[in-house]
Design a protein around this ligand. Structure first.
Ligand SMILES: [Zn+2]
Length: 475
């Protein structure tokens, strides 16, 4: 069996994955809070865990892997959105959940085995909190239940900080009724305008952290193999999950291996609404960037490095995938290439895997005697066929070249025309003769292409009534 090694944040080293139950793997990924579209950064660990899910299913068998990813559908941000829009909470969370599925499906991410909603697990959360109180790890005060952080000596192990350092450096919520500033909320009271559930501590709602402890316990047990999330969740969210779960169920060790992905940057800067470089997965899809292209760009960077989203990378991905799709059209997958398996098994080195595919693709293009087309019958040797089948199987393991995701390649590549238009504009700015720019623009619009020109560049998006045949004369 393939040996898979993963970097464990808890021990700060790579470890061999040795499933708790031999031959079966359980994994949990903290999912979205459903009140708005997923931004591009949110897709990073979804794609990472999707590759892990595919790899594990390949190694252990499709039914041997249980992948849980939750929907946080009780949260003060959701309540605020409902208050601001006057819409019912459930309408907002249902709609956002649908959007999330649409967007992640478009990126080729397989649906997890279980996608629990927090509000379906309130009973489990109340039971966990009651257990924590009974064991002396939590206390009720002023309608709240708080976790007693000092009662868990290992608190801080995941993020590598002591509790005292955290108090000095962290922005902890100060509340006069807390025994200790680090103590965090397990349950809080709800006034009649807010969602609430009856509990031994009055009508209220859970704090955020407890939901993942309750849902992982219900679906994976008190101990399971892999837990993941963005690096921004390591503290306090994951630290708190560990404390709650280990103190309520000391017989289980909670998650054995912790994977954390680094953050996403856009052109070298952190994505933020104030910098104007904030966008959602849907924004990109609507701009005509295919989900498969977005996925490829994510795979180009190892998950433990910060990843930079640039248009140049998206263009490169577009070019590469078009060539692969035309060369390998109709080739059935066999087994993934051993070197690709090796790269993925070594801490999910997707960047290495796509590089290897690039080289392998190059070799197959050369053997085919064409940059674009599959070889004619005279060059279609059994060796070529075998390597091509391995190529396709390897790409599928990365979630690429899925037969259901290829429709985008039927539209022509608009990047060369966008470049041409940008060049014409540069020339026109010097010569003051804009006729050539206008001519090309009109021809593009006549072909149903939406032309977006800004200071930073030219973007061409196939619009309503797009007619590729009319572009032939321009290309
Ligand atoms: Zn979580």
């Amino acid at each position: 069996m393939t040996t898979i090694r993963l970097h464990n944040t808890l021990t700060r080293r790579k470890e061999v994955l040795e499933p708790l139950v031999p031959g079966r793997v359980g994994m949990y990924l903290c999912g979205p809070t459903v009140y708005d579209r997923a931004h591009l950064g949110n897709a990073r660990n979804v794609i990472l865990f999707d590759v892990l899910f595919r790899l594990l299913r390949h190694v252990y068998g499709p039914d041997a892997v249980t992948y849980v990813r939750n929907f946080t559908d009780v949260d003060d941000k959701i309540n605020a959105r409902a208050a601001a829009t006057g819409r019912p909470i459930r309408a907002i969370t249902d709609e956002t959940t649908r959007w999330y599925h649409d967007d992640m499906d478009a990126l080729g991410a397989l649906r997890p085995t279980h996608e629990p909603r927090a509000t379906d697990h309130i009973g489990g959360m109340i039971a966990l909190i009651a257990r924590l109180i009974a064991r002396g790890h939590a206390y009720e005060v002023a309608g709240h239940v708080l976790f007693r952080v000092r009662s868990f000596p290992e608190y801080g192990k995941l993020s590598g900080r002591s509790v005292d350092d955290m108090i000095a450096g962290a922005r902890v919520e100060v509340a006069p009724f807390k025994e200790d500033p680090m103590d965090f909320v397990l349950w809080k009271p709800s006034d009649p305008s807010l969602p609430g559930w009856d509990s031994p501590w009055g009508r209220g709602r859970p704090g955020w952290h407890i939901e993942c402890s309750a849902m992982s316990l219900a679906l994976l047990g008190a101990e399971f193999d892999i837990h993941g999330g963005g690096l921004d969740l390591q503290f306090p969210h994951h630290e708190n999950e560990i404390a709650q779960s280990r103190c309520a169920h000391p017989e289980g060790g909670f998650a054995r291996l912790w994977l954390h992905n680094e953050m996403l940057l856009v052109k070298g800067r952190k994505m933020s609404k104030s910098l104007g470089n904030f966008f959602t997965v849907r924004d990109l899809l609507d701009r005509g960037v295919p989900g498969e292209v977005i996925r490829y760009v994510f795979l180009m960077t190892h998950y433990r490095s910060p990843m930079d989203w640039t248009e140049g990378k998206a263009e490169q991905a577009d070019r590469v995938l078009r060539r692969w799709r035309s060369l390998f059209e109709g080739i059935a997958p066999s087994q993934p290439a051993p070197e690709v398996m090796e790269a993925l098994s070594e801490d999910l080195n997707t960047a290495g895997a796509v590089n290897l595919l690039g080289h392998l693709g190059q070799v197959l293009f050369q053997k085919a005697g064409s940059e674009w087309r599959a070889p004619g019958p005279e060059r279609r040797t059994s060796e070529w066929e075998q390597l091509a089948s391995e190529f396709v199987a390897s790409a599928r393991l990365l979630g690429l070249l899925d037969p259901n995701m290829g429709a985008w390649t039927e539209t022509p590549d608009l990047h060369p025309l966008a470049r041409k238009l940008a060049e014409l504009r540069t020339t026109a700015l010097a010569s003051k003769d804009f006729a050539p720019v206008d001519a090309l623009k009109s021809a593009l619009i006549a072909a149903g292409v939406e032309v977006r020109m800004s200071k930073t560049g030219v973007e061409l998006v196939p619009g309503a009534g797009f007619d590729p045949a009319k572009l032939k004369a321009l290309l």
